[in-house]
Ligand binder design. Structure first.
Ligand code: SFD
Ligand code: AMP
Length: 628
């Protein structure tokens, strides 16, 4: 491919929103209101098509964050307490509370835009658990993205969304972020975006660790394969401080097809057992004392629920089963009328299938192909490989300013959701230490961040003209894998085996092997230690050198190359932070065999920062503080 044929497209805007997922949709919706008021331009850039991009691509069967404040059932304080306990004491109260106080209104908007929410006979939302409500959500993302696009259209020339452009690098002017560089994955076009403020909402990361699904199953994962660490890379490369980079998420899911368990545990009140039929949450309850006060609080934190299950597997007591059959029977057992009981049974069967059809179609196919009828047969569940998703039960992301009225002084620096880099904002999976935002909370946080980022544009109108030489240098660097392939492709007769370059898939396998074996992946029972982590970091340095030899035969592979560079940075910040925190705080996510206990001295945030000037990493401890 001739890279001289690449057109350079320069887009100038005020607020640049990077990503097209839940947070980006919330951001676009909110920003258009403020942009209209201040006559500002808003541009959204997604690597895929907003209609079905990101984690909600396939749809969802529940909205996992809804407080129902109007009904007076819950308070914001209850929610903050719940989130902090679930994260073993490590969470930013100010950020969690800020999302919680605004999230209900976002859910009401979804309903207004056409999202069907389950209702009971009295017209109230049907709760799955205390914070979760059930939806018929196959088209959730279509509905929300349509509203976001409509909001942008209302701005006329000042509202723009660009799809199928992969964002690669931040563009800096000293200590301020003033744009981004990327390329089209469909046409020979290199993009430069110039902006007064930038909102990073490019999701979390998958395939950093070796997945359980290999060989025939490669590509299948719980987290969407399209989110590959761009958010963390972007903020790290801009020099922003990151937090909780060690807090990966290991979901327990229906085995091999990654179907969700929330509806089974919470709505259907199902139990999970080992092969002997023992409910490990009961038989191993004593283990939770070791992790007090969090382990002994209710609900048991997600990582500890995992951990008790992992202990069973370690002792050879698998398979682990979700007792779907028993749960369904239990739900009809007290219905005296036989006809009514039969009707209820049909209803439950249909709800069970819909749970998967709404959000993980392949799990329904798995049941069908293995002759599993949930009302008759239990199903295997298992812990997945680790992912980086701070909007669920992980926490990794950028360290951001809290809101003025809630944040302690040390956690407020002018604009809500601004990272430690001027003009660079983050939300959803891109911002850290405020877990359990889920789809509704990510959308809401996108709104909060966009409002603040728009205010930043208004307050900071001036940006310097871009340096043409710098643009050319970025273009050359970003397109280099195409050149490398072109130069050396004829050396060998197999494109995957060539001493002059490495293809992105092979590069990804190498990264996954390092992370799996040294950073505590699924194949080593999620265990690691200082010695292993240091070895992993050593191998990662070699990878960083080899990254310069990545080769791409077409635009799609060029995207794969950069996805893997992004993953590698996510990986490095993870390794460094797991190494820094000398304790085990989240058994069930990872276990430090050399520091097997939780320690009071690590009751703090562990942050990291890559310094653009020197290329050095800095590790920091930050205090946990209550609401102002
Ligand atoms: O229960 C680039 N989540 C669930 N939330 C719920 O409320 N209910 C559920 O039922 C949920 N379940 C669930 C969930 C997630 C996943 C993966 C599964 C199941 C299988 C969580 C939410 O989905 C999640 O909290 C939000 O989606 C987070 O929003 P956001 O905006 O932070 O991330 P995104 O939606 O994935 O969007 C990311 C966007 O970035 C784009 N992108 N664009 C340009 N350049 C690049 N280099 C880019 N890299 C990525 C993406 O295309 C996308 O648009 S349950 O089972 O857990
Ligand atoms: P999941 O399907 O595992 O993503 O869960 C959806 C929601 O239910 C999340 O808010 C989880 O934290 C919550 N959840 C799932 N399983 C349990 C459980 N056994 N106890 C308490 N909460 C749960």
């Amino acid at each position: 491919m001739d890279i001289d044929n690449f057109e350079t497209v320069i887009i100038e805007t005020d607020l640049l929103i990077l990503g097209g997922g839940m947070a980006a949709c919330g951001a676009a919706f909110e920003a258009s209101h403020w942009a209209k008021k201040h006559n500002k331009k808003v541009t959204v850039v997604d690597k895929a098509s907003m209609e079905r991009s990101g984690a909600v691509a396939m749809g969802l069967s529940a909205i996992n964050l809804y407080l129902g404040l109007k009904n007076g059932k819950n308070t914001i304080e209850d929610y903050v307490k719940y989130v902090k306990n679930d994260l073993m004491g490590i969470a930013r109260d100010d950020l969690v509370a800020n999302i919680a106080r605004h999230v209900d209104s976002s859910v009401h908007l979804f309903e207004k835009w056409g999202l069907p929410i389950w209702k009971d006979d009295d017209g109230n939302y049907v709760n799955e658990g205390r914070w979760q409500i059930m939806i018929h959500g196959e088209s959730y993302k279509n509905i929300v993205s349509e509203a976001a696009k409509n909001a942008l259209k209302e701005l006329g020339d000042n509202g723009q969304y660009i799809e199928r452009v992969f964002i690669t690098e931040p563009i800096m002017d000293g200590d301020r972020c003033v744009g981004a560089a990327g390329f089209s994955v469909r046409e020979n076009k290199f993009y430069i975006f110039k902006a007064k403020s930038v909102l990073d909402v490019m999701g979390g990361a998958v395939h950093v660790f070796r997945p359980r699904s290999v060989g025939e199953g490669l590509g299948r994962s719980w987290y969407p394969p399209f989110n590959s660490g761009a958010s963390a890379y972007f903020t790290l490369k801009a020099g922003a401080e990151m937090t909780c980079q060690e807090v990966r998420f290991v979901p327990v899911r229906f085995k091999d097809s990654y179907g969700p368990v929330g509806a089974w545990f919470l709505l259907f009140k199902s139990k999970a057992t080992n092969a002997k039929g023992e409910n490990y949450m009961e038989t191993r309850a004593g283990e939770l004392e070791k992790w007090a006060p969090y382990g002994t609080a209710k609900p048991t934190p997600a990582n500890l629920r995992n951990y008790l299950m992992m202990l069973e597997v370690e002792e050879g007591n698998g398979p682990i089963y979700m007792k779907t059959d028993e749960a369904i029977k239990e739900l009809v057992t007290n219905i005296p009328d036989a006809k009514q009981a039969k009707r209820k049974m049909k209803e439950l069967e249909s709800e069970a299938w819909e749970d998967f059809l709404d959000m993980t179609v392949s799990q329904a196919l798995n049941w069908a192909s293995h002759n599993i009828m949930p009302e008759e047969t239990p199903s295997e569940i298992a812990a997945c490989e680790p992912y980086f998703i701070s909007s669920h039960s992980g926490a990794s992301g950028a360290w951001i300013s809290g809101p003025k009225d809630l944040a302690p002084d040390s956690k407020f620096w002018g604009y809500a959701n601004m990272t430690t880099v001027k003009g660079l904002f983050a939300a959803g999976d891109a911002s850290g230490a405020s877990s359990h935002k889920f789809s509704s909370g990510s959308f809401t946080e996108g709104r909060i961040a966009a409002k603040a980022a728009l205010a930043f544009c208004v307050d900071n109108e001036e940006i310097k003209p871009f340096d043409d030489e710098r643009i050319e240098e970025l273009k050359k660097n970003i397109l280099q894998p195409l050149l490398t392939f072109e130069q050396h492709k004829d050396y060998a007769n197999d494109v995957d085996v060539n001493p002059n370059f490495i293809k992105p898939k092979m590069f990804m396998f190498r990264l996954q092997k390092i992370m799996d074996e040294y950073a505590g992946g699924a194949s080593v029972g999620f265990k690691t230690s200082k010695a292993l982590l240091e070895k992993g970091l050593e191998f990662l340095q070699f990878m960083k050198e080899d990254a310069e030899k990545l080769a791409a035969s077409d635009l799609n592979e060029l995207m794969r190359c950069w996805e893997n560079v992004h993953r590698m940075w996510q990986a490095e910040s993870h390794l460094r932070t797991v190494l820094f925190r000398e304790e085990t705080r989240w058994p069930g996510y990872y276990f430090r065999t050399d520091h097997p206990e939780m320690k009071a001295e690590w009751e703090c945030f562990t942050n990291c920062k890559w310094e653009p000037e020197t290329g050095e990493w800095e590790m920091l401890k930050r205090e946990i503080e209550d609401l102002k």
